[in-house]
Design a protein around this ligand. Structure first.
Ligand SMILES: Cc1ncc(C[n+]2csc(CCOP(=O)(O)OP(=O)(O)O)c2C)c(N)n1
Length: 537
């Protein structure tokens, strides 16, 4: 029988699946539920060695002989420190030694509760990976614990391989070993692509996150031939193609998603903006989810990754033969239907009409820098000329450096027009970006000044009152006029539909750096936003 501790059950289940089945056990009370569980499981071969210094080297000897990883499991405190010599040897000899330490819950560290030291980070740079598990009490913790164990076990043999430390906090009582079955944990494997699985998938889906234009151009011809839906956003820089579904967020909001569920989801590239896409895959839980990553990082954005494929996306895609299923058509039809519904809407004088007009008119060969918050999301609602490069600081989603990034980018190539689409808080936050003696003259700034952080207003759930207006939405009455004109930047503003074209004209035709400021009304913006959210297909 096994311990009732969830993290221990998950650890055993995954060690078995990852083939780490030799375990050296040193005695102790905190690691007792671990020892009892290992001993009770027929998949594990347990070895008893009392002195931890010897136990660590014993495990190294096992691994050197079996050519498989071996584990050593110790109690808390100095027991763990006594593994340091073996860990250092394993590191420099590249032996996959798994150190499992029992620990007190974090609340008890340093409280004179006995046999406790801060166990995280104890081996410093001498381990290839260290994780400290939660004691899971909800679904998110269970997923987190599963992922941490998988990540740690994968590192044992990743590249050259070496020692890995898994710290396991265990609350009292220790003695409840009444569980008869281990959970069927999701194992994440690092492997080559299973081409047969790809060929036999009925509903294969490829999700492409943020890509730089050069990489996207390399991938586009292959992706467009694969005969399956390709989810992409403007920041994927793939441009348009009938197989590329770029209004996924709207489709998922407007339709019954059951028919769209993939059986194989493949994710490559960087960040994805749409939370709905993430939630869709997280809930759909396809049979398999592959993450293709040049560095082989174990990224589990959709909480269901099953395979990490350490390859250049281009090399990976070259291996795939075109899929043949109706699944692509399901998405294409939905995409067209949503587009038709969007065309029926009146966007009035709002960021939506402005963003739409700007995207329609941006000339080929230019770049667009999308600010975070609403801009990158609103832009996604409208199509974009293929020859335009899209940039956005999605790495950390900060509102702090959009303008500075755009100025740097524009400076590097004065012949390329750079359009910045930015909200007011993001603009004023980074307005010093324009304070340059040699300000590039190829910048065209579209500032949507709705007088607040509109994203907080339109997202459901926020109670609107004076406090949230002030402290969450950060409402204000600032205009960019004085600052931009003082810098010699061309300036126009609009407060109504009739003034839009004058501003767009400045942005498109000015021979030098120019800024158009659109003063929209947050409550009008919100109602247009809600009309879009109410589309049903
Ligand atoms: C450096 C930094 N500080 C705070 C935030 C949190 N934040 C996210 S969106 C947002 C509001 C942005 O407002 P604005 O730029 O006016 O865009 P809008 O939503 O109005 O289009 C804030 C403060 C952040 N992302 N980055």
């Amino acid at each position: 029988m096994y311990s009732t501790k969830k993290n221990i059950q998950q650890l055993l289940s995954l060690m078995e699946q990852h083939g780490v089945t030799d375990v050296v056990l040193s005695p102790g009370s905190r690691n007792m539920p671990l020892a009892q569980s290992f001993a009770a499981h027929s998949a594990f071969t347990c070895h008893a060695v009392t002195d931890e210094r010897s136990a660590g080297f014993f495990a190294i000897g096992l691994s050197l002989n079996t050519k498989r990883p071996a584990a050593v499991c110790v109690t808390s405190g100095s027991a763990l420190l006594n593994l340091a010599s073996a860990v250092s040897e394993a590191y420099y000899q590249q032996v996959p030694l798994l150190v499992i330490s029992a620990d007190r819950p974090a609340a008890w560290i340093g409280q004179m509760d006995g046999q406790t030291i801060p166990q995280t980070g104890v081996f410093g740079t001498l381990v290839r990976k260290e994780v400290s598990l939660p004691e899971p009490a909800n679904e998110t913790n269970i997923w987190h614990c599963n992922r941490l164990i998988n990540e740690a076990l994968l590192e044992l043999t990743h590249h050259v391989g070496g020692p890995v430390h898994i710290n396991v906090p265990i609350s009292e009582p220790f003695f409840d070993c009444t569980e008869t079955q281990l959970p069927a944990e999701r194992a994440i494997k690092r492997c080559a692509p299973d081409i047969e699985k790809w060929q036999t998938a009925h509903k294969p889906l490829i999700i492409v996150g943020q890509l730089q234009k050069t990489e996207a151009e390399q991938l586009k011809p292959i992706l467009s031939q694969l005969g399956c839906p390709i989810f992409c956003e403007h920041i994927s820089n793939l441009g348009s193609h009938p197989n590329f579904i770029s209004n996924t967020d709207l489709i998922l909001n407007s339709a019954d998603t059951k028919q769209f569920t993939p059986d194989l989801a493949i994710y490559l590239g960087g960040h994805i903006v749409s939370k709905r896409i993430k939630n869709f895959i997280r809930t759909a839980k396809p049979q398999q989810c592959w993450r293709v990553d040049t560095e082989g990082a174990c990224t589990d954005t959709f909480q269901c990754v099953t395979h990490i494929i350490e390859m250049q996306p281009n090399d990976f895609l070259q291996m795939l033969t075109p899929a043949n299923s109706n699944y692509l058509k399901t998405w294409q039809d939905a995409s067209k239907n949503v587009e038709a519904e969007m065309q029926k809407l009146d966007f009035g004088f709002s960021p939506f009409s402005i963003v739409k007009r700007v995207l329609e008119q941006v000339p080929p060969q230019s770049a667009i820098v999308l600010a975070n918050s609403s801009m990158v999301r609103y832009a996604q609602l409208f199509s974009l000329n293929t020859d335009i490069e899209v940039l956005c600081n999605r790495g950390v989603n900060g509102i702090d450096g959009t303008l500075s990034t755009a100025v740097g980018y524009a400076s590097a190539n004065p012949d390329k027009k750079v359009f910045v689409m930015i909200g007011d808080l993001s603009f004023f936050y980074d307005m010093n970006a324009l304070w340059q003696t040699n300000l590039p003259q190829n910048l065209r700034i579209v500032l949507i000044n709705n007088g607040c952080g509109e994203i907080f207003r339109v997202l459901p759930g926020l109670t609107k009152n004076a406090d949230t207006e002030r402290f969450v939405m950060a409402s204000h009455n600032t205009s960019a006029k004085g600052w931009t004109e003082s810098l010699g930047i061309e300036y126009q503003s609009a407060k109504s539909t009739s003034e839009i074209e004058k501003c767009i004209g400045l942005i498109m035709q000015s021979p030098k750096t120019a800024l158009a400021e659109f003063f929209t009304n947050p409550s009008t913006d919100e109602s247009v936003f809600n009309n879009i959210q109410n589309i049903r297909i």
